[in-house]
Structure formats: C-alpha cells, structure tokens
Ligand binder design. Structure first.
Ligand code: PLP
Length: 390
C-alpha cells in the first residue's frame, strides 16, 4: 500500500498517542457511569471533572464555563439555539456568508422559523468589514455568530475587535473556534465572546466529542433536555472516553502551542513557496497575513479540484477541495464564491492543512509530484487550451 501523506488536518486529525493512552482505560476497566452512586462510577465522574479542568485551561476560564458536547456541530447548535430560546422576544441573528454549514444551514433553517438573519459579506481576501457589522446590529439582535478562523481558507477574523463591537451593544457573541483551537489563543480573558465552540477531532482527540465555552451569566437554555448530566445543561450519559481524550488533547495543545504553530507554519510555507515557484497560474486564496498557521488554499487555474484530488490520491496524498462536509458535491465552495474568486480558479482550489505529525520530507515528496501532475491535467483541460480567450 502507498504510504499516506496526510495534508487534510482541517477535515480531521489523527488521535495523539498520549490521548489514546489516556482514554483507553475508559473502554476497558474504568467503564463506570459518572452518575452512579458507587465509588466505581464516582471515580469516573472525577476523571470527567479533571478533563473539564484541562479544557478550561485552554480557555483560561472557570471549569463551570465548559460544557461537553458530541461535536463542533452540536456546540454550534447548542450555542445558537440555546441563546435564541433564552431571548424569545428577539428575532434577529447576525452571521457571515463564510461560516461552516453547522452555523449557515442552521441560520437558513431559523429563517424558515421566523428569524431574520443578516449574512455579512467578505472581501476578495475573505475579510469582514467591521463597520458593516456595527451598522447591522439592532435592539432586536439576539445573537451574533462569527467564526474565529475559516476552515477552507484559514482566514482569521479579528475576534477581539468583533467582540468589542458586539459587546458594546450588549449583544451576545458566539464564535465557532473549531479550527482555531490549538492553533490560535483561546484566552477568554482577552476575547470577550460569550460562547465558543470547539471539536475534539480537529485537535488530535477522537471524533464524537466537543465542547462549548459558556461565559458565566450568559443567557442560555439547554439544547439537549434529559438527565441532570453536565450540571443540568446537557442531558445524556457522558462520552467519558471522548471527554478524557479531549482533556488530554487540550493539555497537549496548550503545552506545545508555540512550537507547534511555528512547525506547521514552516511546513505550510515550504509547500506554498514550492508550488508558487514551480507551477504557473496558481493563486493563494484568503488573507495571507491573518491566517491559521497550518492552512493554505491554492487554486490551480483551469482544472478541476476533484481531478487533482484523485491524481494526488493515487500518490497517497490526502488533501481536500473544500470543506469536508461539502466534498462529494460538485457545488463550488460557498466560501470562495463569497470572496468572488473567479470561475476559472474556484473549481481548481485545493486546501492543504498540516498538523504536528507532518514533516519536511513529506512536503518535499508532494512538491516532487505536484507540478507534473498539474501540467498533465492541464493538457487534458479544454479550459487550459482556451485560457487566453477566457
Ligand atoms: N465548524 C467548523 C469551522 C468546522 O471546520 C467544522 C468541521 O469541519 C465544524 C464546525 C463541525 O465540527 P464537527 O465535525 O465536530 O461537527
């Protein structure tokens, strides 16, 4: 089997060995229910609370401000629906055109339920106009939901400034920090957001676990109603192994933060520079100055991203042609469309995203095959043949 070069870490990450070691006992000997009265279960409850401390440390927050969920999508849903239910008189939501479907499709759904939603535009580099944000807020605005970092381009929004504008009006701010966790600071003392979503599988914890930071005092009605778990804020027996894994992953992310961000940025820059040098008619999409350290989104003009992905797949190289959730559909990326990326470039866009487990050797191997792979596809492309007339 061809060895895999995995450059799709914004889709999901491998579970860290330390995380696996921490969580395995909860599938083996420590299988108690944290809600049980006996000591066997009580010890597991203690482990869940330890994981909460580890995640709270990532947020520099109180433990009581961390709610465990099943994924980033649930955290986003819980935040948005939880606030709307707590503020039934308010019917306006502000978000952006480039959110993940977990927010965007929920907002579309809420429009059919009588809410008015403002979708803020972005410019050609994917940046928001903060004056526009200022102007759309009204006394009827229940919530602003703006992502911290974009999953497709890596563009980072100025979340402190956004929070200042929104909080000045006394409005609740949610941010989807699923791609930011472990790559950018999530210190909630310097980011005055009220709710923050993260997801385990994007930072080397398993799939099926996430967390929502809820600032103390934020108006919030539980989204999943059931038992008294999570201090009455989310019913359902806890995914203990996942939670313990997320705790460990948060601890590792905080401990290695500066080394890791430097390492992945180095790999990303090596790939980007190599591609720009060796391949004509390419463009990097997004704000290259304010960007996640691990992400690059490159358009190879006049060819189809899916064809590039398949050819790279034959060489064992894994990347993505858009958000993981939209791949499989031939719809061009809503993020690149919102940025006005031209037709000839939008279809040929590939996202490469790195993690601490990638190496310079891997990037070198990708750079060895990519230029020929692209020119081979271009020779077959009718758009490439007609490029001077387009
Ligand atoms: N938000 C962003 C920005 C994402 O990138 C993703 C996943 O790709 C999600 C939310 C959804 O997270 P999950 O897959 O844990 O539901």
């Amino acid at each position: 089997m061809t060895p895999i070069i995995y450059l799709d870490n914004n889709a999901t990450t491998p579970v860290a060995p330390e995380v696996l070691a921490a969580l395995l006992p909860f599938y083996q000997t420590r299988y108690g229910n944290p809600s049980s009265m006996h000591t066997f279960g009580g010890e597991v409850a203690h482990d869940v609370e330890h994981a909460r401390q580890q995640v709270a440390a990532l947020f520099n927050s109180r433990e009581s401000e961390v709610l465990f969920t099943s994924c980033g999508t649930e955290s986003d849903n819980a935040a948005i629906r939880g606030v709307l239910e707590a503020l039934p008189e308010k019917k306006h939501i502000v978000t952006t055109r480039v959110e993940h479907p977990a927010v965007l499709n929920l907002c579309k759904h809420l429009e059919n339920r009588g809410y008015r939603v403002t979708y803020l535009a972005v410019d050609a580099q994917g940046r928001l106009d903060l004056d526009a944000l200022h102007h759309v807020l009204t006394p009827d605005t229940a919530l602003v939901s703006i992502m911290y970092a974009n999953n497709e381009t890596g563009t980072v929004f100025p979340i402190q400034k956004i929070a200042e504008i929104v909080k000045e009006q006394g409005i609740i701010l949610h941010t989807d920090a699923v791609q930011a966790a472990g790559k950018l600071s999530l210190d909630m003392n310097s980011i005055p957001a009220d709710l923050v979503s993260i997801s385990g599988h994007k930072l080397h914890a398993p799939k099926g676990v996430g967390a929502l930071y809820i600032r103390r005092g934020t108006k919030f009605v539980p989204f999943i109603i059931g038992g008294h778990q999570e201090h009455g804020r989310r019913g359902g027996t806890e995914n203990v192994a996942g939670i313990v894994g997320l705790g460990k992953a948060a601890e590792l992310a905080a401990a290695n933060f500066s080394n890791e961000t430097r390492q992945v940025a180095g790999l990303r820059d090596q790939l980007e520079a190599g591609v720009l040098k060796a391949v004509p008619h390419v463009r990097v999409n997004g704000d290259r100055e304010h960007r996640l350290p691990n992400t690059t989104n490159i358009s190879f003009e006049y060819i189809e991203g899916e064809a590039i992905l398949l050819k790279m797949n034959d060489q064992g190289i894994c990347a993505s042609s858009g958000s993981a959730c939209t791949s499989g559909s031939l719809e061009p990326s809503h993020v690149l469309r919102a940025m006005g990326v031209p037709f000839t470039a939008i279809h040929g866009s590939i996202r490469f995203s790195f993690s601490r487990y990638n190496t310079r050797t891997e990037v070198g191997e990708v750079l060895e095959v990519l230029p020929d792979l692209i020119s081979g596809l271009r020779e077959m492309s009718p758009f490439w043949a007609r490029r001077d007339k387009m």
